[in-house]
Design a protein around this ligand. Structure first.
Ligand code: ATP
Ligand code: MN
Length: 484
């Protein structure tokens, strides 16, 4: 009997539920979400947000077996697929045989059929994907990453794998994680009394990368259009709902592209990936839309978002991003109500200050009510490699700001003129020798080129309507937290 059960091909629920008319007797495998009245199993196998109700004939089932049908247990069920009379589902399986594949002790299994807070589930990150919300988020994350590759591959971009361990810290400025094999108890000391990194694995100080951009630029100057999609690391102590110490970044880099081309590509790219998710993840999105609506109801009326999740995504896909220069943005902010009434924590007084997230949110959520691309920032608040404008004050930078998220993309046209770049590097006190290879790109066949970095988790946040970035990556890395 058992052998026969195992030999019948089991169906994943997504496949079964998409064409139920094809099936009569089925074998399904998954985890018990709930077991009600010794009769109704809500089964889920991770392939879809939907559970399959399996009805147990409890009068003819051993009590010892019934006792093992608990939330979290892995089971294999064979039975007839029939139309359901009950509310809430159109199909159910009349259980003929049930096999407990892996038990879950109800006194110990932490994910009980009740509402758990996301904080609690973060401590159970190894089990949280068995909940409806996290499984939906992670399926969308998977589809989104595929959409990203599809977008660039369709356009003929080459996927490059930039190094994760890097020997240059030009970009990091104190926010990098050191990679070392030296004994922290007694590291070798050089003549000057400093740690002698010449004796370290790479013969020099090395770190985990904060961005693949500089290396991606080298490949763009040969392959033309490239993109990276990989992990990046930042040891910044910002304990916010939008920062991780380890996150994934997508960084396209294009030769012969100016800042306008860059903005066009970034906008098209974001819209494409969101549209892709709208099309492919309908059920997961509908579930998360409802989840968000329920969460919104718990907030005071004046803090509720006027749009639902799907509405927000469609709004972004269908509307043009507003393109505004930093200088225009400062004028808007200076004259804004919260600035005049001193409601901002950081008041905008003069041109040249960096924008805080309260300012970005004001522009996006209050003033423009749309995603905003801010460009031409003051040189002194941006990185050394951004192209200097003729005013000698601003650089060709662009940030894309999203409702509820803030900055989702940071990019620029790169400085392609050797002398100008060398001057900037010197002014900022960066070690030019370290960057010899980067400067070579400006010595040999230099081109006007551009690129940007999109934080993958921030895109997933937006697409799922989740509010904390720790809940859109399987195992979040944040200050004081690297369990799992
Ligand atoms: P922020 O001001 O939000 O810290 P940033 O200016 O440091 O961002 P960039 O260096 O331009 O960001 O990085 C490019 C993109 O990477 C950002 O637009 C954002 O989407 C994402 N990003 C940056 N830092 C983090 C982080 N710590 N966790 C997750 N995503 C991040
Ligand atoms: Mn940052």
């Amino acid at each position: 009997m058992r052998r026969k059960l195992m030999s019948m091909k089991h169906l994943r629920l997504a496949e079964l539920l998409s064409q139920p008319e094809k099936y009569d007797t089925v074998v399904v495998r998954g985890w018990v979400r709930t077991f009600r009245a010794n009769r109704f199993i809500a089964l889920n196998d991770g392939s879809t947000i939907e559970n399959l109700q399996c009805v147990v004939d409890f009068e003819n089932t051993d009590e010892s077996l019934l006792k093992k049908i608990n939330s979290g247990a892995a089971v294999e069920i064979k039975g007839q697929l029939v139309e359901s009379m009950g509310k809430g589902q159109s199909l159910e399986v009349m259980v003929e045989t049930i096999k407990i594949v892996g038990e879950a002790d109800p006194d110990l299994y932490p994910i009980q059929p009740k509402k758990h807070s996301f904080e609690f589930l973060r401590e159970k990150a190894h089990l949280r994907v068995r909940t409806a919300t996290f499984s939906a988020v992670m399926r969308i994350r998977s589809v989104l990453s595929f959409a990203i590759h599809q977008f660039f591959q369709d356009k003929g971009f080459c996927y490059v794998h930039t190094p994760i361990i890097t020997g240059s810290d030009a970009e990091g400025a104190g926010e990098m994680f050191r990679v070392s094999v030296l004994d922290p108890q007694k590291p070798p000391i050089d003549d000057e009394g400093a740690v002698d990194f010449k004796q370290d694995f790479f013969g020099k100080e090395t770190n985990l990368t904060v961005s693949g951009q500089l290396e991606a630029e080298t490949y763009a100057q040969g392959l033309g259009n490239v993109y990276t999609f990989g992990p990046t690391f930042r040891a910044e102590n910002s304990n916010t709902s939008r920062h991780l110490a380890e996150f994934w970044m997508i960084e396209p880099e294009m030769a012969f592209h100016d800042l306008d081309d860059n903005m066009d590509l970034a906008e098209e790219f974001i819209k494409y990936t969101l549209e892709y998710v709208l099309e492919k993840c309908e059920k997961d999105l509908a579930f998360l839309d409802q989840r968000l609506a329920n969460e919104e109801k718990t907030k005071p009326q004046n803090q509720r978002s006027p749009m639902g999740l799907m509405e927000k995504i469609k709004f972004v896909v269908q509307n043009e991003f507003k393109r505004v220069s930093y200088t225009e943005a400062i004028d808007i902010l200076k004259n804004s109500k919260p600035n005049k009434k001193k409601k901002f924590d950081y008041l905008i007084e003069e041109w040249g200050t960096d924008l805080q997230s309260e300012h970005e949110r004001y522009l996006v959520e209050k003033h423009f009510n749309a995603p905003v691309i801010l460009y031409d920032y003051p040189a002194k608040i941006k990185a050394f490699y951004m192209r200097m404008n003729e005013d000698q004050k601003t650089v060709r930078a662009m940030d894309i700001l999203f409702p509820g998220i803030g900055e989702i993309v940071g990019g620029s046209q790169r400085e392609e003129r050797l002398e100008v770049l060398e001057k900037r590097i010197e002014e900022l006190g960066i070690d030019a020798e370290e960057l010899w290879w980067y400067l070579d790109l400006r010595r040999f066949g230099s081109t006007p080129h551009s690129g940007f970095g999109l934080g993958f988790e921030r895109l997933v946040l937006f697409a799922t309507g989740m509010s904390n970035i720790r809940d859109v990556i399987p195992f979040p890395r944040t200050p004081q937290n690297a369990t799992f």
